[in-house]
Design a binder for this molecule. Structure first.
Ligand SMILES: Nc1nc2c(ncn2[C@@H]2O[C@H](COP(=O)(O)OP(=O)(O)OP(=O)(O)O)[C@@H](O)[C@H]2O)c(=O)[nH]1
Ligand SMILES: [Mg+2]
Length: 458
């Protein structure tokens, strides 16, 4: 990506399409000068208006002087703006044409089209937010559910940064104590305060582990819990998918083996984003297409965060059911005993009573109980325990930081002064990993990876 941070950038910040207004933002040292070239606002120039002012204006094309749009303009002056640069925000009419005409004028007047996330990248580089907060901006925009949005907002307001900085500072202060010891000549070493340093480091290790324990929660809220509907053919899997979604997404028929491919849809249940997948009925199929469907179903079962295992109550329990259930019961799961509107034939002995919901999906019986049982199972997976949600990038860095920290504690635990140098090396490596989380330490490839996932205009 390699943004040139000297350029003055502009982009449409609102989503394209029909809407009341569209917002175009200009940021950089030339923001006011460019605004002066294209915006007419009565007697004065935009650059003469005070910070924080907003006013009615017209935007004109630099090329031919034609009017591009009738707008409201907001003035922000560095450093009191999103990017900490001079920013001019133009609120024009919605729809594609008005915003395109304004952008054409701005580009002709010397602005450069902003890349994805470039405004937020500048906010980071100019020290207004750290990297965790920058990532939270993208999380908030992309949040699929109320809970995910709350988590992102807490992170944007510095919740996660505060904890990471506090762990960083604790390790740094113990490292400083070790480094003081390194300055003493061997014979002049004071009494070694290693037990005290070790217990300071152990407290930091505990905090690190607590943070790592929220990784699953973060994954569920960001990506959605992978909920896989599985069972033998013809038990009502596709009927259940349709019922949970509230529309006829999958084909339902009395012919066993109807669903071949996996069918994935997104939904929100009780504030949790879900990736709900209907699968092919699990059996030893003769046909190669169905075999592939069954292979895909098994592959998804391996990756599922939660399995909905459906059993047909109207047929005697099948040996294949037993085998399947032995695998599934070790994972987070819910057994749905379907078709209870028919004669109940199945023997329930093998199931854990706690996890069974008896229903007739087709007849719309017990839908509420089914949904609340599902929501209850999602709580321990992504349960808002901590108001924190770490992403994969954070989890990797935390694991690496923890390994180094743990190694340092092990080295120091013996109280041997010869281990002070290697322990200090481990602690510095641990600090480096934590620094990458907040962006205290960063490299351009890291920024490219993070901001490439942003939308243009943010
Ligand atoms: N009586 C009764 N029939 C049901 C119920 N739920 C589903 N069915 C019927 O059972 C048959 C199979 O339903 P599907 O939803 O296609 O079953 P499936 O598990 O997706 O089947 P495959 O895709 O072939 O593996 C259809 O004829 C449904 O109408 C129910 O609660 N009661
Ligand atoms: Mg089906």
């Amino acid at each position: 990506m390699n943004f040139n941070n000297e350029d003055t950038i502009a982009a449409v910040c609102t989503a394209p399409g029909e809407a009341g207004i569209s917002v175009i933002r200009i940021s950089g040292t030339q923001a006011m000068a460019i605004a002066d070239k294209v915006i007419s606002c009565g007697g004065s120039l935009p650059s003469q208006r005070p910070a924080g002012s907003f006013f009615y204006a017209r935007v004109f094309s630099v090329a031919d002087g034609d009017e591009a749009d009738e707008v409201i303009v907001l003035i922000f002056r560095a450093p009191r703006s999103y990017t900490r640069e001079d920013v001019v925000e133009i609120h024009g009419h919605g729809g594609r044409q008005a915003s395109r005409r304004i952008m054409d004028s701005l580009l002709a007047a010397g602005a450069r089209q902003a890349g994805p996330g470039e405004f937020t990248c500048r906010a980071f580089l100019n020290g207004r937010i750290d990297l965790l907060q920058a990532e939270a901006v993208a999380d908030l925009i992309r949040a699929q559910s109320d809970r995910a949005a709350s988590m992102a907002l807490a992170q944007l307001e510095g919740g996660l940064s505060g904890i990471v900085i506090s762990i960083y500072d604790s390790i740094l202060s113990e490292t400083a104590k070790l480094e003081v010891l390194l300055d003493f000549a061997e014979d002049d070493l004071p009494e070694l305060p290693l037990p005290e340093i070790c217990s300071g480091l152990q407290a930091a290790e505990l905090q690190l582990k607590e943070l790592l324990a929220t990784a699953r929660e973060g994954h569920i809220l960001r990506d959605g819990a992978l909920v896989v509907i599985a069972g033998l053919p013809n038990v009502g899997k596709s009927t259940l998918l349709n019922c949970l979604l509230g529309h006829e997404r999958a084909i339902v028929s009395p012919t066993p083996g109807t669903t071949r491919d996996t069918i994935e849809e997104q939904m929100v249940l009780d504030g949790y984003p879900l990736r709900l997948v209907d699968t092919a009925g699990l059996r030893d199929a003769d046909c190669t297409i169905e075999q592939e469907g069954v292979r895909r179903a098994r592959d998804l079962l391996e990756r599922a965060d939660l399995i909905i295992y459906i059993v047909d109550a109207s047929v005697p329990f099948h040996e294949a059911d037993d085998k399947l259930y032995q695998d599934i019961c070790r994972r987070p799961h819910l057994v749905v005993l379907n078709k209870i509107d028919l004669d109940e034939q199945v023997d329930l002995q093998i199931f854990d009573k706690q996890t069974i919901i008896k229903t007739s999906v087709m007849r719309d019986q017990q839908q509420k109980a089914l949904k609340s049982a599902l929501a209850e199972l999602l709580v321990p997976l992504g349960g808002m325990h901590s108001q924190l949600s770490i992403a994969d990038r954070h989890a990797q860095l935390l694991r690496a930081a923890n390994e180094q920290l743990h190694a340092a504690i092990d080295l120091l635990a013996a109280g041997d002064e010869a281990q002070i140098v290697p322990a200090a090396d481990c602690l510095r490596a641990s600090l480096e990993q934590l620094g990458e989380m907040t962006g205290r330490v960063y490299h351009s490839e890291l920024l490219d990876n993070i901001f490439a996932n942003f939308c243009i205009g943010k």
